[in-house]
Ligand binder design. Structure first.
Ligand SMILES: [Zn+2]
Length: 127
């Protein structure tokens, strides 16, 4: 967790905001502007043994970052079990590239994707 205290690098945040089309990836709310939303790590307990072997640049990159609006950020910080079930944060370690997230915008456009390190959504898990 300590590695993320300063947040993701600006380059990563740009990738993630662009990937998300400037909307909260959990609920679809618009998050525009510097104060609009936050990039949070999916896998936070990088000291966990499950994260051993995951490259540091993966943990510090777009595959491990989700863009959330302020209310969803608060829910994620509070370890909301629904957000965890949808894959927006996980308690333990692990490889964020293998953690799918289910996006449900406006309650209709629901899809499950994986986050690539180069800032794209993948429709299938990485090989
Ligand atoms: Zn949200």
């Amino acid at each position: 967790m300590g590695a993320f205290r300063k947040g993701f690098p600006a380059q990563v945040q740009r990738l993630v905001r662009h990937r998300a089309d400037y909307r909260c990836e959990a609920c679809g709310a618009w998050v525009i502007g510097k104060s609009g939303g936050a990039c949070l790590p999916v896998v936070r307990d990088v000291a966990g043994s499950e994260s051993a072997g995951v490259p540091a640049d993966v943990l510090a990159g777009a595959a491990n970052a989700v863009l959330l609006c302020a209310p969803c950020t608060a829910r994620a910080e509070a370890l909301d079990p629904q957000l965890e079930a949808l894959g927006f944060r996980v308690r333990g370690g692990g490889d964020p590239r293998r953690v799918p997230m289910t996006m449900s915008w406006d309650g209709v456009d629901q899809r499950t994707v994986w986050r690539s390190p180069d800032g794209r959504y993948l429709t299938e898990p990485p090989a």
